[in-house]
Design a protein. Sequence first.
Lengths: 348, 348
Amino acid sequence: MSSPTRTTPRTTRPPVKLIDVAAAASVAPMTVSRVLNTPERVAAATAQRVREAIDRLGYVPNLIAGGLSSRRTRMVAAIVPTMAHPMFVALVQNFTDALRARGYEVMLSLSGYGDVDEATLVRAVLARRPDALLLTGTSHDAPTRQMLADAAIPVVEIFEVTRRPIDMLVGVDHAAVGAAVAAYFRARGHSHFAVFAAADPRAQTRGSAFAAAARRAGGTVLAEAIAPAPSTIAAGRAALRDLLPRLTPPAEAPVALFCSSDLLAFGALVEARVHAIAVPQRLAVCGFGDFELGAAADPPFTTVSVESAQVGQQAATFLLERLAATPEAPVTARRVIAPYRIIERGSS
Amino acid sequence: MSSPTRTTPRTTRPPVKLIDVAAAASVAPMTVSRVLNTPERVAAATAQRVREAIDRLGYVPNLIAGGLSSRRTRMVAAIVPTMAHPMFVALVQNFTDALRARGYEVMLSLSGYGDVDEATLVRAVLARRPDALLLTGTSHDAPTRQMLADAAIPVVEIFEVTRRPIDMLVGVDHAAVGAAVAAYFRARGHSHFAVFAAADPRAQTRGSAFAAAARRAGGTVLAEAIAPAPSTIAAGRAALRDLLPRLTPPAEAPVALFCSSDLLAFGALVEARVHAIAVPQRLAVCGFGDFELGAAADPPFTTVSVESAQVGQQAATFLLERLAATPEAPVTARRVIAPYRIIERGSS
DNA sequence: GTGAAAGCGCTAACAG
DNA sequence: CTGTTAGCGCTTTCAC
């Protein structure tokens, strides 16, 4: 499927530099720099002349050089496990938008679930000297913590809670989510429970908390299935197949199922329909993440929503506050826990 | 939902630089640089000593400084419209993995569909001096093309075809896809057609080509609906509601529907089920993208697969080849068209 | 195999 | 409001 064509790059004219613009506009290099970075400190007429030269020459500033000199790269790094999960997509999109509006570009790194060593990744990221960093999760090993401390940049951890964050935090209390879903099911009279959770730390926290709360309340936990991370619909279907014997006659009580992701929940519901298991009469289902799938499928299903878009927005705001801080006006390290809510939709 | 805590960064020790490592290992700075970049040119014993110093001091190289000096930042930029679409997720994941394995970090920029000016975005990206660039699509305005030419870096365009690519290309022939789906439906005896296409250039190309091919073959095109980009399940449901009058009695012929995304297709199928429209008897459906949803839903539905993971892999390979090229061993600009195939699953 | 000198392209800091 | 002088922390290039 290949077809060779040309062998050399296009017309190569020597790269235009800031001094070239300065010469063309008959000003000092520093004046060009000011036009680019602090235009309010340049006379309007001068700025105008410089801008014309910039346009005429097609000058694209070299932020690598600028970054070395000013020690500010105008890049913010973000490390998230995957983009295969709509929550991270919304998060990153909002984080990126908020930062771009303020002149920062986001360097996004995907860490996967366990396949990449975190310290190695963080080192590669910090080597590019980002001005700030967003990190998913709060469990980081000692070398990672040391590197982050040495880097001395604002760090915001997201999507988990911890007593001792590295710096700032926009957390989600997954244990509380799991317990809340258990309480919700209990309030609706359920006594038999099951949980499908993906093999990622946050999903496991939700799942364990759910099971623990269910047991604590005297309930029976029929199954605690672990699915590969990231979650898939197929994994939800498979897990429900394994649960089938507990759901079909002569099984007595209805089962309340909590899935760590809406993809798992959707898979479970598909499989339930295939096997003609009545939802929510014999099987009540609650997912997590509030994906479009849960609202637009028929029937729509119950889920837990955490405003991941707001988490991204909030994380960006925290970082921007700190980046704008001065010695005279320091900014406190901020920590918030993002709210969640159960969205009831008839599968429970 | 806030709780202030600390106001200053952690223990700040002065940043460790390459000369500090050199001093600690009693070698010249240049030797440390060689240990990092060309270890084979350093005596094993010396390298060992340097590595110990690096570890002991917790030295993290400054690639900004290195990049300025060597004019190689070891960053590759990628501009894609969205991550809300599984095709782009798979693409980016594979592109990133392939490049990271060779020491490059990917700078990902989301361009959206029309909300961000491409030239502005490309300027911001090029200002960071990436070593190479991946661009989605092949329609770029003159300023953008000029900037790319001046940047003189390898560029790979993806997901479209064109006679005159900027440089390298890993294309997808969307017009061919649309025509192929029309031919597929025709071969199964259909004469009445409809298409739901999102308002992005590639989806529109697929949709128009489908409608044109259907008409050329003497068929009737009942509807050409345009949905917002990126696609959603809800938009598919809404579009099918509008199509309903053509599907319910006294409508005579079955309708063959092509959707520009599996999300639209799934939405259409959900709505069809709600209205008890027999699939594929009265409504045959084919999606695009081969999302997991299409295979794992019940019933599974027909779709068109393009190996977006391979496109990402291939694009990375092309760029890496060129980045490794030398004046003595130049590398041709490569162009390929990625294959597609219709995956038949019973909704058609 | 190792080192010394000279920038890379920009901005901080200080003058004027 | 504008200019001058020194670097930022590395790597290139050329010696040894």
